[in-house]
Write a protein that binds this ligand. Structure first.
Ligand code: F3S
Length: 644
């Protein structure tokens, strides 16, 4: 029986477990990436492991999220990241070099390899036929130390593409179509594997956009074959030697099939506040907008921004629209300057923002109160772009550009016909401008590298083992689809505290209930009660680490998002799933709960006592014995240390 491409990639890296759906397996990791928001913690953890040099083929530390330097905290963090990188054998990408995923696809992603990144959009590199997975910083630290990465062997979804996209419809619309069909939970436990004749019509940046936002379906990863288009990309990036052809066997067996005729895809928009709240742009057309943002790891490639420049040429951004662009990398910016695209964008009245993530998380570019902000980013969760009243809509670069001019949501096809614009055709440069000298390479004399730590870099808090009787208050009860942005917000105020757990923990759940940190500390810890898909969104491990620091011992939910579940384990928080989801109604905020740790056994229901209501609730833990062992030890670091 033949294999899917996903199986080929997984099986080629298998070091532990049976290669069959649903089984727990360990895989070898070839490459890692971190970004600054998660990287400081990942490197503090890597240092705590006591391994002097990384054992991966390649590890890169990017600074792209928070480059605001209004006091010492961020610059100190950036310097710490550079020092650790030089000492430990990691390539350091300084502020201004590019957004991690865009830059990784340009310079490092290689077909047939595995990549583990402490960012949930790491699957972007699946656009060139690599198996790229997002994880918490602790898992990335362990991968750098040469440990396998453990995951549940995923189901594989065949996304069969036929036809060709129509003019002014682009890759973003394809992934919005996938989200429209399967929703934000539709990819959980699965890899989305793209194939079919339509694949050959998509350039690598298009594939990267689709793979990037597969994360919004909850998928473990997304992967494209490595074909002549990938070879051409690698050649233009001066890396043809890294090309290997890769595709699924014709008789590979899939768990699910999604058919998409690209010629029938139309411009789509995800309305607030979920990426799967998708409708055709024509149905939202006319809605007034106050802001437009081009960029993010989803849509900041040269292809995307050339399309924007093409539509904005000889046009003006609507006077009431605040419009900004963040190019994805120095390489993209260079080509835009050379081709005249930058001039077109500037002349149209667009603000040039930094080559960074900033605006994506509302730093330096947030919508006004109740303002509609059209963005080419991947997430529109409540509060994601700076504050709760912003209404963020996710669209393609083409839709964003057309709407920026008209001041209202506009179908780019209507815009093109109104302004007599011929279809946009992107020609990939023969050879991209390669400027690798901005990367800081590992030191040849690592012993001599002194790691400088600013005053904001606090040591990792010590965590105790799991108690015999786990008891405490239900500190907070929340609904379905609670995101890591709800649990641990990002943004200019919070991100500089990422290397200081006591300080950042004061912001836990601040968009939901600002009293949470104080109440949790006063109650000496307890539980969180959640609905379905608890912890969806980013890989930020602070969403587990900071609640743990405040004393959270367990989370009872209807279900969990994959990366957050792994982060809970890594920081010793017990995840519990209601055996009967309707039991969610039988626990209220403020109830006293109690669990005997000896009752907690994988695959078997046990009782959680609700002492306040005098009833019991049957729960199971969604983790296996190996993970339970980690939780009992009080988290991964304790567990690794105990094994010597
Ligand atoms: Fe950065 Fe936004 Fe992507 S924060 S990594 S551009 S999702």
């Amino acid at each position: 029986m033949g294999l899917t491409l996903t199986e080929k990639l997984l099986n080629g890296h298998l070091v532990e477990g049976e290669p069959k759906r649903g089984s727990r397996v360990g895989i070898r990791i070839d490459q890692t990436l971190t970004q600054d928001a998660t990287g400081t913690m990942a490197y503090l953890e890597f240092e705590a492991l006591g391994v002097p040099r990384v054992k991966t083929e390649l590890s890169v530390s990017y600074v792209d999220h928070n480059m605001i330097q209004e006091d010492f905290k961020n610059p100190d963090d950036h310097r710490y990241l550079m020092d650790v990188a030089r000492r430990c054998g990691i390539i350091f990408s300084p502020p201004g070099n590019g957004i991690c995923h865009q830059l990784h696809v340009e310079r490092f992603a290689a077909p047939g390899k595995t990549l583990l990144g402490s960012d949930s959009h790491t699957p972007t590199s699946g656009g060139v036929g690599m198996l790229a997975i997002g994880a918490g910083g602790m898992d990335v630290a362990l991968a750098m130390a040469g440990e396998p990465f453990y995951l549940t062997y995923p189901a594989v979804v065949k996304v069969h593409l036929t036809g060709q996209l129509s003019p002014f419809v682009s890759a973003k619309d394809v992934i919005l179509e996938v989200l429209r069909r399967i929703g934000v939970k539709g990819g959980v436990g699965k890899v989305l594997e793209y194939c079919g004749p339509g694949v050959g019509t998509l350039a690598v940046p298009d594939r990267a956009t689709i793979a990037n936002m597969g994360a919004e379906t909850g998928a473990t990863s997304s992967v494209f074959p490595s074909d002549e288009v990938a070879r051409e990309w690698l050649r233009a990036q001066g890396r043809e030697h890294q090309f290997v052809p890769l595709e699924a066997d014709p008789d590979g067996v899939y768990d699910q099939v999604i058919e998409i005729d690209l010629s029938r895809v139309e411009p789509l928009v995800a309305l607030p506040h979920q990426p799967d709240n998708v409708i055709p742009v024509r149905e939202a057309a006319g809605m007034e907008i106050q802001q437009v943002m081009f960029g993010s790891c989803t849509n900041s490639s040269l292809r995307d921004l050339e399309a924007v420049a093409y539509l904005l040429r000889d046009m003006s951004v609507h006077p009431e629209v605040d419009c900004g662009v963040s190019p994805g990398s120095r390489q993209v910016l260079h080509h835009m300057a050379k081709s005249g695209a930058l001039e077109s964008i500037l002349s149209a009245g667009v603000r040039i923002l930094e080559v960074s993530c900033g605006a994506c998380i509302g730093m330096g570019f947030a919508p006004p109160t109740d303002g509609v902000s059209l963005r080419t980013i991947n997430r529109n969760f409540l509060g994601r772009c700076g504050h709760k009243t912003g209404k963020v809509c996710l669209v393609s670069p083409e839709t964003a550009a057309a709407s920026a001019v008209e001041g209202r949501i506009t179908d780019p096809r209507d815009f093109a016909s109104k302004h007599s614009k011929a279809p946009f055709v992107f020609l990939q440069p023969e050879r991209f401008h390669i400027e690798d000298r901005r990367f800081v390479m590992p030191s040849d004399d690592p012993e001599k590298v002194v790691i400088r730590r600013g005053p904001n870099i606090a040591p990792l808090p010590e965590m105790g083992p799991m108690e015999e009787v786990i008891s405490g208050t239900a500190l907070l009860k929340v609904g379905d689809d609670i995101t890591t942005d709800h649990i641990m917000p990002a943004g200019a105020k919070v991100l500089p505290l990422r290397s200081n757990v006591p300080a950042i923990s004061k912001h836990v759940f601040e968009v939901v209930d600002p009293t949470f940190p104080e109440r949790a500390l006063a109650a000496k810890g307890g539980f969180i009660v959640g609905g379905a898909n608890y912890g969806q969104g980013s890989s930020r491990e602070h969403a587990a680490l900071a609640p743990r620091y405040l004393g959270v011992k367990g989370v009872l939910a209807k279900s969990f998002a994959r990366i957050h579940l792994a982060n809970l384990v890594n920081f010793g928080i017990l995840p519990l799933v209601f055996e009967d989801p309707s039991d969610y109604q039988r626990v209220d905020q403020g109830d006293q709960l109690e669990i005997r740790s000896q009752d907690v056994v994988p695959g078997r229901a046990f009782q959680v006592l609700n002492l306040t209501k005098g009833l019991t609730i049957r729960c199971v833990t969604p983790v296996g014995e190996g993970d339970l062992e980690i939780i009992r030890a009080g988290g991964k670091l304790n567990h690794v240390r105990s094994k010597g």
